[in-house]
Structures are given as structure tokens and as C-alpha cells.
Design a protein around this ligand. Structure first.
Ligand code: ZN
Ligand code: ZN
Length: 410
């Protein structure tokens, strides 16, 4: 057998789209000038890919799990752990994770504002007094996210994730006493209840809240956990595939997944998660990572941002960035490198959110069998030889093409 090749998956986040009347009823991917992607489509194998399954509206987290070969129905343990991973917390196997709101309670401990006036300033200082608390042999790790949001990790032994919410989800009610479904979860629920009261004691006289009170703003004087989830019981990327991998991505959530899988997560200072990203700097990081790892996943965020903004012109520019990124990698990667270009879900500009349509997929490399497709796009891809695949099949296809798949049978 010849030597094994390398693999790159390049994902345009939210790449898929619908025909747009302002673009002569083409999708942004079809309408944008994409000489590099068109060449890859012409020389490669094309098809459509459901990131999870037909008609499933994927999040970036579940879609990336699937594209990395981990069935999200088996491994996705709720938003708590993924929120924590997404804001760069060090989630470890065995941890119990929660999403948290900073909220406002009155003197009778009734919730008067579940979002503490959508507080934006000072949450890092508030989080600092909650981070590192210890109780009953367990450690509480706490970090602020965007606005009133935060994440909590409880780390210790004999913990369970079957814990109800402390957040009452309505205003006027008191924080709920968390309950556990089993012994380990009951112990965890008691820890949550302790934490909620402790958070009130530590936050109510905090200087950030004194200042908010002076300005007539609702105080962020309690932390209310919800959405308990155990850290996913995932093998590392290397355990699963027997090779190492790297990520060059812009989304915190996807970076978190990469770190959790033990992949090298490469920081590109010129990547900002929007149209100001230097896509060539990202492409160079991919080519460089290929000198150390046989697999690299790259995610360019800006198509998703444009889709959420409903901005067709911005999505065209995002697609052109993806085109230049892919072109650079094709030109500079070693000759036995296989590229797959696709998206993680559709974020049509006319929808402004994720939808369930499949994504165009092209696989390009030395020994692929070119099909009849000569341009990239949702509709051209539908006529290709890969037909309709799923995210969880993509790495299997690449492992096979690069002669890394194990033989099934004699
Ligand atoms: Zn996404
Ligand atoms: Zn999105």
C-alpha cells in the first residue's frame, strides 16, 4: 500500500443557504465568485451532507461532534458542559456543569429579575468571588459568559447530573431547592443549594452591586444554576482514531470541544470570528499544523454571522473568504493531502437562524474519482457522486481515502 495521506476538513460555519431573490435566486455560495472552490468541485467528488440527520437543525456543538465522528445522540450531555467548554473552562471527565444566570432577588429572596437587568459590566469581578469556592470536599469553578450568563462546574467525587434547576424560570418566585434523582445527584443538588445561598451572601454587598444600586440598576446578587449535565464521556480524538489532530477554529465552543478531545487547538491572532478575520493567516496555520498532525479541522465563522444578521452581501464576502482559505490550503499542503469542504449547518440569510437543510460537500485529493459537478454550490453538489452522506460518515470517508481505515473482514 502507498503511504497514508493527511486530511483537512474546512467548515464554513452556517455555510448552507436558500436561494435569495436579490441574488437572482442563487444561494450565496452559488452566487459568490469562488474560483478555488469551483476547481475543487470540478476535480473532486461532490454531494450533500446532513450534519446530524435529515431535517435536524444542528447547533455548532452537535454538528462538530458529528463531523468529528462522535454521534451527538450518544455524547451530547446538554448545554451546561458545552457552555463551560465554550467559554474556555477546563472541563474534566467526571465534572458536573451548569448554565447560570446572574439574577436579582429582593429582601424576601424572591427573584425580581432573572437577568439582573441584562448586566454587561462587572460580571468578571462578580464571578471571581464565586470561583474556587470549596464545600464538602468539592470545588466550585465559576466563570462569566456573555452579559448575565455564566457557567458553573462542580468537581469532586460521587457527583451526579440528575439535578433539577435552582432557577425558577419565572420572576416573583423564590429560587428553587434543587433535587437529585439518585444518591450521587442528591449530594450534587445539596452542593447546588449551598452554592446558591453562598452566592447571595458573597454578591449582595459586592462593590459592583453597590455601584449598581447607586445607579438604580438591578443588582446581580444571586447566581442561579440550571441545565445540569455531566462532562461527556468521550474518548479523545487519538484514542478513537489512533492519530493526533489539530483545530484552527474561531468559535469558542468548537475550541472547547477540540481541547476536550485532546486535539491541538491553535490560536490565530488574526482570526476574529467575523469579516475582519485574515483567512490566509488561518490557512497558513492549517498548513503548518499539517506538519505535526495527519488531521486538521478548520472552521471559518463569518458565514454564520452573516446568516444570523440576514445580510446577503456579508455572506457573499464570507464565502469569498472561505474560497481563498481553501485555495491557499490546496496550493500549500503536501501532495497527498485530502481536503473536505462543507458546513456545519445552514444559516440562511432569509431565515436568520440555523435550519435543517443538508450542506454541500466536496472531497478533493489525489485518488478521488471526479464526477460531473463543475462548480460549488448547494444545487450543483446535489448532482455529485457522494450523493447524500451524514456528518458522522465524513471522517470515515477521509480515513479510507488516506489509507488509514482498518479492514473490516479478512
Ligand atoms: Zn455553526
Ligand atoms: Zn449560528
Amino acid at each position: 500500500m502507498p503511504e497514508s495521506g493527511s486530511m483537512v476538513i474546512i467548515i464554513g460555519d452556517g455555510l448552507g443557504d436558500w436561494p435569495v431573490p436579490d441574488l437572482a435566486d442563487e444561494t450565496p455560495l452559488e452566487a459568490a465568485p469562488t474560483p478555488n472552490l469551483d476547481r475543487l468541485a470540478l476535480e473532486g467528488e461532490n454531494g450533500l451532507m446532513d450534519p446530524i440527520a435529515p431535517g435536524i437543525r444542528a447547533g455548532s456543538d452537535t454538528a462538530h461532534l458529528a463531523i468529528l465522528g462522535f454521534d451527538p445522540y450518544q455524547y451530547y450531555t446538554g448545554r451546561g458542559p458545552f457552555e463551560a467548554l465554550g467559554i474556555g473552562m477546563d472541563v474534566r471527565r467526571g465534572d458536573i456543569c451548569f448554565r447560570v444566570n446572574f439574577a436579582t432577588v429582593d429582601a424576601d429572596l424572591r427573584v425580581t429579575d432573572r437577568r439582573a437587568g441584562r448586566i454587561t459590566n462587572g460580571t468578571a469581578q462578580l464571578a471571581a468571588v464565586l470561583n474556587g469556592l470549596e464545600h464538602d470536599g468539592c470545588t466550585f469553578l465559576f466563570k462569566e459568559s456573555v452579559a448575565h450568563r455564566a457557567a458553573l462546574i462542580i468537581r469532586g467525587s460521587r457527583l451526579g447530573a440528575g439535578v433539577s434547576d435552582a432557577d425558577p424560570h419565572v420572576e416573583g418566585a423564590s429560587p428553587l431547592i434543587a433535587h437529585g434523582e439518585d444518591d450521587a445527584s442528591r449530594r450534587t443538588a445539596e452542593l447546588v443549594n449551598w452554592f446558591v445561598m453562598r452566592s447571595h451572601a458573597l454578591l449582595r454587598d459586592h462593590p459592583v452591586n453597590q455601584e449598581r444600586e447607586a445607579r438604580g440598576l438591578p443588582q446581580a446578587n444571586i447566581a442561579l444554576p440550571r441545565g445540569a449535565g455531566g462532562a461527556p464521556d468521550l474518548p479523545t480524538f487519538e484514542e478513537k482514531y489512533g492519530i493526533t489532530g489539530a483545530m484552527v477554529v474561531e468559535v469558542g465552543l468548537v475550541k472547547g470541544i477540540g481541547k476536550y478531545l485532546g486535539m491541538e487547538v491553535i490560536d490565530v491572532p488574526e482570526a476574529h470570528g467575523d469579516l475582519t478575520t485574515d483567512e490566509i493567516a488561518m490557512a497558513k496555520a492549517v498548513v503548518d499544523a499539517l506538519t505535526r498532525h495527519p488531521f486538521v479541522l478548520c472552521n471559518l465563522k463569518c458565514p454564520d454571522v452573516a446568516g444570523h444578521d440576514g445580510d446577503a452581501q456579508a455572506k457573499l464576502q464570507a464565502v469569498e473568504k472561505l474560497d481563498r482559505l481553501a485555495g491557499y490550503v490546496r496550493e500549500h499542503a503536501a501532495p497527498n493531502t485530502y481536503l473536505a469542504i462543507t458546513g456545519d449547518h445552514s444559516t440562511p440569510v432569509l431565515a436568520g437562524d440555523h435550519t435543517g437543510e443538508p450542506l454541500p460537500l466536496v472531497i478533493w485529493g489525489p485518488h478521488v474519482r471526479p464526477d460531473q459537478v463543475a462548480a460549488c454550490g448547494e444545487r450543483p453538489a446535489a448532482r455529485g457522486s457522494l450523493h447524500r452522506t451524514r456528518g458522522t460518515d465524513l471522517l470515515k470517508l477521509l480515513m479510507s481515502l488516506t489509507l488509514r481505515a482498518e479492514k473490516f473482514g479478512a
